[in-house]
Design a protein around this ligand. Sequence first.
Ligand code: FES
Length: 104
Amino acid sequence: MAEEWRCAGHAGDLSDDAPIEFKLDGTEIGIYKVGDEVYALENVCPHAYALLTQGFVDEGTVECPLHEAVFDIKTGQCIKGPGGRALKQYAVRLAGEEIQIKVE
Ligand code: FES
């Protein structure tokens, strides 16, 4: 079956400290930029319910706005606090100015 990629926003709207929220068929995804790379992660904190893109982003990590679990944006690993498990990662790419998420 052919791969399907869906437009999730425009690269110009994404910066290192301002992630983008995107819903893929009802699933909340957070899209982050770290240096020259773009990453896409599950956006609902596994601890309770908070959108991680509304938390504090700093130097390749995002901190949950509710109880301050910290996740590594590049790997999805929970590196501090009550997050409990790693975040699911999604395939993401840039096609010109378009950010695209792979549909699974
Ligand atoms: S909801 Fe994210 S740390 Fe509690």
